[in-house]
Design a protein around this ligand. Sequence first.
Ligand SMILES: [Zn+2]
Length: 312
Amino acid sequence: MEIKSRKNKRTSILVILAILLVSSISGNFYFISKNFSVIKNYDEFFQKYQEKQQDFDSLQEKLLNLEKDLNQISQVEEDIIKIKQEYFATIKQLEDDILSGKSDQKIAYLTFDDGPYYNTYQFLNVLDHYNVKATFFTTSINGEKCYDKKSENCLLLYQEYIKRGHTIANHTFTHGIYRGLYNSTESFITAVKRQEEVVQEYTKIGYTTNIVRFPGGSRTSGRLKNEIIEELRKMNYGWVDWTAQDGDGGTLNSKEQAWNTFTSSIDENIEVVLFHDYNNITLSILPDAIEYLQKQGYLLFPLFYESNMVQK
Ligand SMILES: [Zn+2]
């Protein structure tokens, strides 16, 4: 009995020991496996973290470069505005001196109405050849399609004017002299605002213009003229007619007719010359017209808001 109970006692001790051993091993194993899984997850996490860090770094670098570029862009924009202001202030001073008789210099502003047309490229090329900057009074009669070459997107010309250093002005969206443009002050102003949006959109750089030319000339607006001018003034717009032309807005039968009309209209110290960039006769006399003006002592500039020729 004693032996049996001792045996039992030993067995119980062994069982307890066995239980303790197993539980300790499994506990350890549990602990190890738990630890192992944490480490494994941590590695994955760390790897992911490093990847994110790399993404973040490269994005940050991109952002910094973009900010640098944006700063450069706004710096360039500021420089352009400053240079333009200085350039136009110099011309304005010259105008003042001419008008007061202090200077015997002469100025001609070449202006082209009713574009953009596909033909406009040829006018731009002639101007480039003489390194002459001009002003384009734009309208949207034709929309996207060129009047003279419907397969071409004429709206690209808005950027072309800017690239080549010319100024863009507003000739109203519709040009609808006989289609309601002059029905009321409101209809005219609406057409000016719509064209302003076109200029801003298609120059891609938000170019703004504040010079308008009445389609048909300011007299065409009749009894509305003063009210329209008042509204334009509120919008900080100036307006301009012309002092010289080759008659291409009407019926031009020959190069000779255009030339005679043009040369006989040049008789003032400051001229605003009206041309239409759809007219092939004008295109054919343009080189001679530029040379003629230069020989007569005219300096050719693009028109600008502050000019005495732009009425406010
Ligand atoms: Zn016109």
